[in-house]
Design a protein around this ligand. Sequence first.
Ligand code: IMP
Length: 422
Amino acid sequence: MPTKLVLGLQHGDEGKGRVVDDIAVDWADVVVRFQGGGNAGHTVYDSDGNKHVTHILPVGVIISNELNTLKKYKHNEVKRHITNVIARGCVLNVFDLYNEIKELNIDIAPDDLQISGYCPLIEPTHILIDRLKYQGKLGTTARGIGPAYSDFYARDSILFKDLIEDPQNSLFKMQNKFFKFQTDLAQDGHVYPLLSDSHNNLLNDNFEFFNKWIDNFLEKVDYIKQFIVKDESLIIDFYNEGKNILLEGAQGCGLNIHSNNYPDVTSSAPTVGGALNSTGLNHNQIDEVIGVIKAYKTKVGTGTFPSLCDEESGDTLAREGNEFGATTGRPRKCGWLDLDEVNQAIKMNGVDHLCLIKTDVFTNIAKPFVYHKKNLIQISKINSVSIKDKSFVNLLESIKDKTGVNRISFTTGPKRGEIVWD
Ligand code: IMP
């Protein structure tokens, strides 16, 4: 009954999705997203080489779809089953979840996807607050993540199970919050342009808007409801049944709400601690923590970036690495691998195993560096991602030496299977 946890050790966008996919395909019975919401963008390739991006769904849904559509799974002829779980530490936008399932065009049943009824909902008010107050200030993804978690910690959330048990009261609560926010805005002299361009008609317009919105919302809830489970002890039950559990981190430790980077962070804990809180597993029940790092660093949003690289190298990394947000499309700032932040994440999470991603992109850099102990250290140009390449082996050895983690796997390309496991 082993449990593996995949975490990003940088600022998100390390390539966790493809690592989770690679492990899940041969090994996992259960794949669990445990924090965050649709702010993540996990890119994976199926066994036919088709690209898929998930945001809130665990990446195991792509494998479930392949198994369900009976496309023969190429590494293993035995038909397997994977249960994908969205655990209670995640915040849920019903529309985004519905659209994600439809856009992925996946064949999944309640047996393949289980969503905790304890997940708090992302409400329209949360999205408005995020857009108006935090998108500009903090560079958030504008998905309503922070305001949804604010309500959760204030114990003012509507959980999915509340919506099922008492829809009338839940909708009433949601509507009141929405109108209160609109009224506060109007009092401050603001009119939210997407909802109304007329100050006087604000409440009327929004009443109409909200009624239309509710009809649409309930239609989507009706579909999503089939995946909602009671979740009194969900992941523990899987653990006790002896299932192989794979926990899929989103974002990265540099964005941990409990880190020194506050407030330039997300509103959840993409850490071992976050995983335990959300799943109910205890620390003895996590057998392996796999920390994913990119051979360079990327970042979106506000905050310091000590290892930011020169413009020419940054442009090359952005171009060759296609460094644009999978959720927002925003260009990511590029810099050198910051081993100080990686070490901090390793210390905090007890990482057993590193996985180095996108070194193939790094081979385009003529004069590469890593950042360690607040210094830039020039390393030899990496010619190819192969253990036959001395400069690449030196990079692996140097990372092992500077982090104290002796197990390091690496990817050779973006597709499923293009990974050399240590
Ligand atoms: P929020 O999570 O939308 O509230 O955004 C807070 C910060 O986290 C912003 O700097 C975002 O750019 C960043 N962020 C959130 N999710 C991701 C992600 O999946 N990858 C990279 N950055 C992220």
